[in-house]
Each structure stands twice: as structure tokens, then as C-alpha cells.
Design a protein. Structure first.
Length: 318
């Protein structure tokens, strides 16, 4: 179970939703607030949304990291071969083809323009709404963890987005544009919650990359998405939190609300990796964050209890 599909993919999905005419009740308020506000600073990214067919895979190009800085860094250092492969066969508007070609060929200035457009889109369509979105992501991953504890993988797979997804051991059936059979061959399956997605369930897999496990994306939103802004934390709550945890550990809890690795936590707190790991251990032992291994690193993510503490600065009985 992944904590998030990553900030880059959420940004791109949000732009695809704005292009769609389909009305999604949970995103109605978000759409009315955001629609029409995309401008020149976002155009380097919005122009790369194809007219039809599959979209650009920012998950592959920028990773599933929750930090926009980390995602942009991945884009700036992505191999040209990867860029070419992700752009190949996409149906761009004729006027946007030269720009898409510049990006796909790894032009340095084009990459930087695209990176800044990703940041601009993130500030507009995702960041002001991420507090609630993150809360719903945490709630869904917690629910899935509880299902695993109660009934193992069988109960978890039977409970995911029924009836769209059907578990008929040993086969999991999910919607896909065409009939296809994906054999995991020991790679496993990553179940990934999303905030912005035009499809209720989506299977993401690359038949040319047999090393990467497929992903099944499932919707995390359970209530209308409304924006509260990234900096509306009440001053009293901040003071209470710092009194309870200490200033550095309170800052660490804020960082894990976005999801972060130990090295990212150390960088954001301006402390050593060992100190960051110690802070994460204390927060984890008090059930304020969870920690899961992601390849050669670990990902720290806030829990519902941690989110409640961030909002109020006070620990209450469950």
C-alpha cells in the first residue's frame, strides 16, 4: 500500500480533470475555484496534455515523491532516453509539437521551463487543497491497514472499490481500456490512493518495464474537496504543539504531513540524518507518524492522530 502516488502525478491528474467535462460532485467546489486561472506560467505543462489517448506519465518521469522540490529534481535529472520514451506516440496539438520535441530531447532550458510550470500548477490546483487531500489519503491507508489486520490480503482485496474491482483468487479483476492479463511474477501490486483522478479506479503498468510492479489507483476522497490554504494553521495551535513536542519535533511533524524520507526530513530540519531518524522514531512510537520502506529508503507519513494534533495542538483521548 503506497502512501501517495506522488505530487507530480496528482498535479497532472488535476489538469486532466480540468479538461474533462465530466462533473464530479466531490470536486465541484475545487473546479469552480480553479477553472479559468491557468495562465502563461502553467502553459509549458498544460500544453503537454494530449488531445486524446494516454497522457504524459509524470509518475515515471518525476517519481512518486510527496515533495514538489524532489519531484522537480527528478525531472531535471531524468535520462533523455526516458524522456523520449514517455513522449513517444502521444497525440499533441500541432502547435505544441515543437515544444514537446524540445522537452523530449532533453533541452536544458525546456526542462527548466517545464519544472517551473509544474511548480506553478502545483501552487494553483493542489497545494491549497492538500491539507484535506492528505488527510483523506491517510484515512484510506489506515483503513486498508486495518482490513489487513482483520482479514489479511483476502479481505483487503475484496473490499477495494467493489464492484469495480473483483477479487477471484488468484486473479484480481479491474477496469482497463482493453482486455489484458498482467502477471505479477513476484513483483507484487502497489495499491495507491489518489486525490485527483478522472477514473474511479485505474491500473497503471508498463509492459516494457518488467522490473516495476503495476499500480492500482483507488480514490481517497470521501467528502467534497475544499481549500483551506497551506498557511492557515492557528497560532495558538502552533504554540501548543511546540510546548508539547518541542520546536524541532513539532517542525518534524509538519514535514511528515507531506510525506518525506529521512534524508528529506534532515534537510528540512537542518539536522543530521541520525538526529532526523531519532525524531522520526519518537513520533512513530507515539503513533503520530508511520514509517514504511521504499526501496533503499524509508517514507515517513503522518497518521490521523498526528493530523488532529497539528490542527489543534492538543492530544485528546480517542
Amino acid at each position: 500500500m503506497a502512501a501517495t502516488i506522488g505530487v507530480a502525478a496528482e498535479v497532472y491528474y488535476s489538469l486532466e480533470l480540468l479538461r474533462e467535462s465530466q462533473e464530479l460532485p466531490l470536486l465541484r467546489s475545487w473546479r469552480s475555484a480553479v477553472a479559468g486561472r491557468l495562465g502563461a506560467d502553467t502553459r509549458p505543462l498544460t500544453s503537454l496534455i494530449p488531445v486524446r489517448g494516454p497522457g504524459l506519465d509524470l509518475l515515471a518521469l518525476m517519481g512518486d515523491v510527496p515533495s514538489v522540490d524532489h519531484a522537480v529534481d527528478n525531472l531535471l535529472h531524468a535520462p533523455v532516453s526516458r524522456l523520449r520514451r514517455e513522449f513517444e506516440g502521444l497525440d499533441f496539438r500541432p502547435g505544441h509539437v515543437p515544444w514537446a520535441r524540445r522537452v523530449s530531447e532533453g533541452d536544458r532550458d525546456a526542462r527548466r521551463e517545464l519544472a517551473e510550470a509544474v511548480r506553478a500548477c502545483h501552487r494553483l490546483t493542489v497545494e491549497p487543497y492538500w491539507r484535506q487531500g492528505r488527510s483523506d489519503l491517510v484515512a484510506l491507508t489506515t483503513r486498508c491497514a486495518n482490513l489487513m489486520l482483520e482479514g489479511g490480503i483476502d479481505l483487503l482485496l475484496r473490499s477495494i472499490c467493489a464492484p469495480l474491482v473483483r477479487w477471484r483468487p488468484p486473479v484480481l479483476e479491474a477496469p482497463y481500456p482493453r482486455r489484458v492479463e498482467v502477471r505479477l511474477q513476484g513483483r507484487g501490486l502497489i495499491i495507491t490512493p489518489t486525490v485527483f483522478a478522472k477514473l474511479p479506479v485505474s491500473l497503471l503498468w508498463d509492459p516494457l518495464d518488467t522490473a516495476q510492479p503495476p499500480r492500482l489507483t483507488v480514490p481517497a476522497l470521501r467528502r467534497p474537496l475544499t481549500g483551506t490554504g497551506p498557511a492557515d494553521t492557528d497560532g495558538c495551535a502552533v504554540r501548543n504543539l511546540e510546548s508539547l513536542l518541542g520546536r524541532t519535533r513539532a517542525a518534524a511533524l509538519h514535514v511528515t504531513a507531506e510525506g518525506c524520507t529521512t534524508s528529506e526530513l534532515a534537510r528540512r530540519l537542518n539536522v543530521t540524518a541520525a538526529a532526523a531518524s531519532q525524531h522520526a522514531t519518537v513520533l512513530r512510537n507515539t503513533d503520530l507518524i508511520t514509517t514504511s520502506r521504499r526501496g533503499g529508503s524509508v517514507l515517513h507519513l503522518i497518521t490521523p492522530l498526528g493530523l488532529a494534533l497539528l490542527r489543534t495542538g492538543v492530544l485528546t483521548e480517542p
